[in-house]
Design a protein around this ligand. Structure first.
Ligand SMILES: C[S@@+](CC[C@H](N)C(=O)[O-])C[C@H]1O[C@@H](n2cnc3c(N)ncnc32)[C@H](O)[C@@H]1O
Length: 466
């Protein structure tokens, strides 16, 4: 692979002659494959090598066909590049995760950081997972629903819209769009798209994004900034600029030497660099800063609102869905058109505030759609970590049946009746089917279906154990 000369010259200056050659060698190696498991759905994987800075990340010895593993579709794990799991250290070291928090993941799609954040924050915390590009926001909503934590709102707004929520978030993750130098090994197309001019454009865009959302961070709140590129402009220089411009203070993280993470400093702000010859992972940069606390705290409209944007579901509808989730008393059931969703009661006020100002695509746990006097259970419920499975009739599928179901093919299990059936694979719910006599109607969401043709021989590729 040929890399642009301005890029290699800069990396050589940055790393020095000797280290630069090991760096170039590492770029020729196959990228490692890693996953992060959803502890609420799957157990730890003792046979696999852990990602050192993550409690739930593992390396796989080879790349399986993830599409053919129904447990991935069940939200039991997420395929995530190992370096980016380092966000976990920022959360664990710089934030009190026991506290109820309002967290924003600004550049959220496809959902690697969001699903990680959802696993780390407490059940009383709200995660707003945003993605400005609408088509990508739908993929984000799909991955959030599969993860099933129920305390996430997926929004699709431009960063500037967050100015409507001043001093709202305790924590913000800005995993900014960047020039992607750290992805050169994994994605050769990134090499073709790279230019010095694009680096400058990215750096300017990142500054704009940071300024746009800064107002939404509470004084004393924590910003986690990351990119998957190595040039200083998009990384340390942007953080130093933010610190000068807005008085942000650097938060320094404790590093284990064996991790191989390289700390960097510019104008008092510390950053963390990931190089493929030092870590098992792709190129990555992260820095953590705290917004200065103002002398005078500004009141931010905590007074009780008169009119809520969210509508509470009718008593009749609430009674029908109330026992579908474990601990139903902890939720507020809301209705939007035909759809009934559950929002944890403790985050209802904050969720409503988000609804007042942003475009919300997915909220909490989508439970059911009302049709006539009946309810149709929704995919969000099947994948919820809090689904009360004892309420529904379920059926275990074998691998081929599970994959055919996920392809949205018609399925026949030799059952009969007219119930809703929760279809499972290895004890993990995949979705719903409706029995009509001895026929089964497949209710898997059509936008989520597997499009790949099934191979003649199906290997049991499932990675996790329930
Ligand atoms: C590095 S990716 C995010 C990856 C994601 N955080 C994850 O861990 O899966 C950057 C995201 O920023 C979005 N984006 C592009 N332009 C943007 C802009 N002007 N403001 C905010 N986000 C933008 C992209 O669509 C992309 O999804």
């Amino acid at each position: 692979m040929q890399y642009p000369k301005t890029f290699t010259d800069r990396m050589q200056r940055m790393l020095g002659e000797e280290e630069f050659s090991t760096f170039l060698e590492a770029l020729q190696q196959a990228p490692p494959v890693s996953i992060r498991i959803n502890k609420a759905k799957a157990t730890q994987l003792p046979g696999l090598q852990p990602v050192p800075w993550s409690e739930t990340g593992y390396y796989l010895p080879t790349r399986p066909s993830f599409t053919l593993d129904p447990t991935l579709h069940a939200g039991a794990y997420y395929v995530q590049e190992a370096s980016s799991m380092f966000v976990e250290q920022a959360l664990r070291q710089a934030v009190d995760l026991e506290e109820p928090l309002q967290v924003l993941d600004l550049c959220g799609a496809p959902g690697g950081k969001s699903t990680l954040l959802a696993s780390l924050i407490s059940a009383d915390s709200l995660l707003v997972s945003n993605e400005v590009i609408r088509s990508r926001a739908s993929i984000l909503a799909e991955n959030v629903a599969k993860w099933g934590s129920g305390n996430v709102l997926v929004t699709s707004n431009d960063p500037r819209d967050f100015g409507r929520l001043p001093d709202f978030f305790d924590v913000m993750v800005v995993d900014a769009p960047c020039s992607g130098e750290g992805m050169f090994r994994k994605d050769p197309q990134a090499v073709g798209e790279w230019s010095e001019e694009n680096v400058n454009l990215c750096a300017q865009r990142q500054q704009r994004i940071l300024l746009d959302v800064w107002e939404a961070l509470k004084p004393g709140g924590v910003l986690i900034y990351s990119t998957c590129t190595w040039n200083e402009q998009e990384n340390e220089a942007n953080m130093a600029w933010l610190s000068e411009q807005e008085g942000a203070e650097s938060i320094n993280l404790a590093l284990q030497p064996e991790w191989g993470v390289v700390p960097s400093q510019l104008k008092g702000v510390e950053g963390y660099r990931f190089y493929p010859h030092r870590v098992q992972g792709e190129g990555f940069f992260m820095a953590v800063v705290r917004k200065a606390v103002r002398e005078e705290a500004i009141s931010h409209g905590k007074s009780r609102k008169k009119k809520y944007k969210l509508s509470i579901a009718g008593k009749k509808e609430q009674a029908l869905v109330a026992d579908w989730l474990q601990r139903p008393g902890q939720y507020t059931f809301v209705q939007h058109g035909e759809k009934i969703s559950a929002i944890p009661e403790n985050i209802f006020e904050a969720a409503d505030e988000v609804y007042q100002h942003l475009y919300v695509l997915y909220a909490g746990t989508e439970l059911a759609e009302v049709y006539g006097k009946k309810l149709k259970p929704l995919q969000g419920l099947a994948l919820s970590q809090y689904l009360d499975r004892s309420v529904f009739t379920s059926a275990e599928l074998n691998l081929e049946q599970a994959l055919r179901y996920l392809r949205k093919e018609d399925t026949c299990l030799g059952t009969s009746g007219n119930d809703w059936l929760l279809l499972e694979y290895k004890g993990l719910p995949l979705g719903w089917a409706k029995q009509i006599g001895n026929r089964l109607n497949n209710y898997y969401p059509k936008e989520w279906r597997i499009r790949m043709e099934l191979p003649a021989a199906l290997p049991d590729a499932s990675l996790v154990i329930r």
